[in-house]
Write a protein that binds this ligand. Structure first.
Ligand SMILES: *Cc1c(COP(=O)(O)O)cnc(C)c1O
Length: 373
């Protein structure tokens, strides 16, 4: 008898987990002595509501207490703001957690989940985590396409993920197309509408999905406090879902999955409509300005309805996305490389402060003007 451990005998993760490329967050480092402008993670340049900050600080004396495991006050605040039944809202540690829980509840080994070619990477990670098969639907003009999604539906399809608007492309599907998708999907397929950027959209043919959730038992809408509400650091997301979906999520989620300081700050942020309006106005102004200015430099810009834009660079060395990324980083301007999204010639730029936006345009002008090689 030998006590030496046999090297093959060790705990092994589910095989599909080894297919996952771990998510790489946006960079946040600049060269020494250069002012950093982090434009790589779609964070708001306006910060959190001062009321949310105060509510967060007020929790400092109660850190030993477990939070309310049902996030009751937060669900009530969300319900009041959007006219929703709080019983049909589930909160999570970011909408990332909600996406993972939905996948855990509705897909398993061998099941299929569909998302779009340049869709948000978390869907793939969530599906592989439970042993399900990620199925990619092609896009048209970097935009989700209902017919392409429907063409991928098989008897094994359990879920469809649609980021609307999508990150990192910034494109969106009009409400009529999303409705057509729901009406064409088999009733057993769960449609997850990820509306992380809904508050930024100003198009009148857009809808985040509230009406569809109210109408169809197989539609869920996920939302987040990380983007326009400026609370990414507190990890708060939520979904509005049919009763049976909420029931499933409440059975499997961690019993205290949202912290008390997050709940308190989230309530205050939800109630500060003026702060959200200011963030919307800032975004609308600078989204238009950056799109025009950068296009004028000869850089392709995908029209976006979110708080970020996708920039298309040439493929030749010296002028490509990699060179642009290095050039901007030297100036403290940190954008997001999106090769992991199969967009190797692109960079994603978050709409920043007025100062940051102007610096980006100046730097890109310099980059485009310099001679190659
Ligand atoms: C940022 C983002 C989210 C939000 O993630 P959180 O976990 O709530 O911070 C969800 N979906 C998409 C498409 C996003 O870009």
């Amino acid at each position: 008898m030998s006590n030496a451990p046999k090297s093959v005998e060790r705990p092994m993760p589910r095989a599909s987990i080894m297919e996952i490329e771990a998510y790489v967050p946006g960079k946040s480092a600049a060269p020494k002595g250069v002012k950093l402008h982090k434009l790589s993670s779609n964070e708001t340049p306006l910060g959190a509501s001062p009321h949310a900050v105060a509510a967060y600080q007020a929790m400092a004396g109660q850190l030993e207490l477990y939070p309310d495991g049902s996030s009751t006050l937060l669900r009530e605040a969300i319900g009041k703001r959007y006219g929703l039944d709080p019983a049909r809202i589930v909160c999570g540690a970011g909408s990332d957690e909600i996406l993972s829980l939905l996948t855990l509840a509705y897909a398993g080994p061998g099941d299929e989940g569909i998302f779009c070619r340049h869709g948000f990477l978390v869907y793939r990670i969530a599906l592989l985590s439970v042993g399900a098969v990620p199925v990619v639907a092609e896009e048209v003009d970097l935009t989700a396409n209902v017919d392409a999604i429907l063409a991928k539906v098989t008897p094994r399809t359990k879920m469809v993920f649609l980021a609307n608007p999508n990150n990192p492309t910034g494109t969106y599907l009009p409400a009529a197309e999303v409705t057509r998708l729901v009406q064409s999907l088999p009733a057993h397929v769960l449609l997850v509408l990820d509306a992380a950027y809904a508050e930024y959209v100003t198009r009148n043919d857009y809808a985040a999905g509230i009406e569809l959730v109210a109408q169809y038992p197989n539609v869920v809408m996920t939302r987040t406090f990380s983007k326009i509400y400026g609370l990414a650091n507190l990890r708060i997301g939520w979904c509005y879902a049919p009763e049976a979906v909420c029931d499933a999520l409440n059975r499997i989620r961690g019993p205290f999955n949202v912290g008390g300081a997050s709940i308190a700050a989230g309530v205050a942020a939800m109630e500060d409509g003026a702060h959200v309006a200011a963030a919307q106005a800032h975004n609308t102004e600078w989204l238009g300005w950056l799109t025009r200015e950068i296009s004028n430099l000869g850089i392709g810009v995908t029209p976006s309805v979110g708080n970020f834009i996708l920039l298309h660079f040439a493929e030749e060395a010296g002028r490509n996305a990699k060179a642009a990324d290095a050039f901007l980083t030297q100036r403290g301007l940190i954008l997001r490389a999106v090769a992991a999204y199969e967009l190797p010639h692109c960079l994603r730029l978050t709409i920043g402060s007025a100062e940051a936006n102007k610096l980006v345009v100046e730097a890109l002008r310099e980059f485009m003007g310099k001679s190659v090689g």
